[in-house]
Design a protein around this ligand. Structure first.
Ligand SMILES: C[S@@+](CC[C@H](N)C(=O)[O-])C[C@H]1O[C@@H](n2cnc3c(N)ncnc32)[C@H](O)[C@@H]1O
Length: 356
C-alpha cells in the first residue's frame, strides 16, 4: 500500500515537472520569437514523432529505475521528494529577466562575455565561455543560483534522477572492494561538483563516508556549501581547483564520480582529467562518469544531439558525442570498464587495477 502510494506520488511529481518544463519552453520560445527571434543558424531541427516517443519512453524508464534503486536501498526513498523549492521560488523569476539578455548575446555570437567585476585570471582558456549562453558563464552567484533550475527544465525534471544513477555503481564498487574498511574511512570525490547535488545524494547513499568536491567555480562552490551545510553529518570538503591538476595525494580516494563535465572539456583536457582521477584513486577504486549520451548509443537521436550545441553554447559537445571514452580510460590504466544509458545520459564505470 505504502509502496503504491510512494510510486504514484513520485510519478505525479515528475509528471508535474514535465508539464511545467513544456509550459516554460513553449512560453519562452513564443516570447523570444516575438521580441528577439533567433538567427536562422540557431534554429533547431524538429524532432520526429518517433524520436519524441522514444524520449518519453526513456523518461518513464529512468523514473522507474530511480524508484527501484530507492526501494532496494541504494538511497532512501525520501530523497525522491527533496526539492529546493525555496530556491526555485526565489530565482525562477530571474530566469525570465535573464532570457532576453541571453538571446541577444547568443544571436550576436558573444560567447566569452563576463561582467567587469569578474576576475577571469588563472582559469584555463577553454573554461572562459558562456556555456549554455549563461550570463557570466560559471563565474557569478547569479549563474550559480539559476543553474539547477535551468538544467532541470532542460531535462524535463529528470536532472537529479540522472545524477542519482551514479550511486548504484559507486556504492557497489566501493562496498565490494573495500568491505574491510570502516565506512567512516571511505573517501569519495565528486569531480566538477558544481552546486553540490551529486554530493548531496552521495551523502544519503553512503552516510558515513568522507566526501570531497572539486570545481573551478568559486560561485558554484559557495552554492554547494549552502546546500551541503544543511545536511546532517560530516560536511564535505570543497576545494576550488582544476580537475586536470588536483590538490590531492596519489591513491587517496576509494571512489570518484563526475557528472555532466566531460562534454564541456576539449579532448586533451578530457584525457588529462581521466589520468588525474586515475592518479588520486586507490587501487581497486571505482570511477563513475555521467554525461550526455553519444551518437553510437542511439544513431536515430543524432538530430537531438546536433541540436544541443546549436541551441546552447557548447563548443566541445560535437567532438564529445563521438569521443571514445573507453579508449581514454584504458589509456590511463583503468580496466573492467562498462557503460550504461539512462534517459539522455551515459555512464562509464571503470576500475583501477588492484596492485600486485
Ligand atoms: C555542466 S556543470 C556540471 C555541474 C555538476 N556536476 C552537476 O551535476 O550539475 C560543469 C561543471 O564543471 C566545472 N568544470 C568545468 N571544467 C572544469 C575543470 N577543468 N576543473 C574543475 N571543474 C570544472 C564547472 O565549473 C561546472 O561546475
Amino acid at each position: 500500500m505504502t509502496d503504491t502510494l510512494t510510486k504514484l506520488t513520485y510519478e505525479a511529481l515528475q509528471k508535474g515537472k514535465i508539464y511545467f518544463g513544456v509550459a516554460h519552453k513553449t512560453l519562452s520560445t513564443q516570447l523570444l520569437n516575438w521580441v528577439h527571434p533567433s538567427t536562422p543558424e540557431r534554429k533547431p531541427q524538429s524532432l520526429s514523432p518517433e524520436n519524441l516517443a522514444t524520449l518519453q519512453g526513456w523518461l518513464d524508464k529512468i523514473i522507474e529505475t530511480d524508484l527501484q534503486d530507492a526501494r532496494r536501498g541504494v538511497y532512501p526513498e525520501s530523497l525522491l521528494f527533496e526539492n529546493e523549492w525555496e530556491d526555485f521560488f526565489s530565482y525562477y523569476p530571474t530566469l525570465w529577466f535573464d532570457l532576453l539578455t541571453i538571446q541577444e548575446r547568443a544571436n550576436q555570437k558573444r560567447y566569452q562575455e563576463f561582467a567587469p567585476n569578474i576576475d577571469t585570471e588563472g582559469y584555463p582558456k577553454y573554461y572562459l565561455q558562456n556555456f549554455h549562453h549563461q550570463t557570466d558563464g560559471y563565474l557569478s552567484d547569479m549563474s550559480a543560483n539559476l543553474y539547477d533550475i535551468q538544467v532541470d527544465i532542460l531535462f524535463s525534471g529528470a536532472a537529479d534522477a540522472m545524477r542519482r544513477r551514479v550511486l548504484a555503481p559507486l556504492k557497489q564498487g566501493v562496498q565490494s572492494t573495500f568491505n574491510t574498511v570502516i565506512p567512516k574511512h571511505i573517501r569519495i570525490l565528486d569531480v566538477a561538483c558544481g552546486t553540490g547535488r551529486t554530493l548531496k545524494y552521495t551523502r544519503a547513499s553512503l552516510p558515513k563516508a568522507s566526501l570531497y568536491g572539486i570545481d573551478l567555480s568559486p560561485a558554484y562552490l559557495r552554492k554547494a556549501n549552502q546546500l551541503l551545510s544543511e545536511i546532517p553529518g560530516e560536511l564535505p570538503q570543497l576545494v576550488q581547483g582544476n580537475a586536470e591538476e588536483m590538490p590531492y595525494v596519489d591513491q587517496y580516494f576509494h571512489g570518484i564520480t563526475s557528472v555532466f563535465m566531460f562534454h564541456e572539456l576539449p579532448p586533451e583536457a578530457r584525457q588529462g582529467v581521466i589520468e588525474e582521477c586515475f592518479r588520486v584513486l586507490q587501487p581497486g577504486g571505482v570511477f563513475v562518469i555521467c554525461d550526455s549520451m553519444q551518437v553510437n548509443d542511439c544513431p536515430q537521436m543524432k538530430t537531438m544531439m546536433d541540436n544541443f550545441p546549436i541551441m546552447f553554447h557548447e563548443p566541445y559537445y560535437r567532438h564529445y558525442t563521438t569521443d571514445n571514452l573507453i579508449e581514454r580510460l584504458e589509456k590511463a590504466g583503468f580496466e573492467n570498464i562498462s557503460t550504461q544509458n539512462h534517459f539522455v545520459s551515459k555512464y562509464w564505470i571503470a576500475h583501477k587495477p588492484v596492485e600486485g
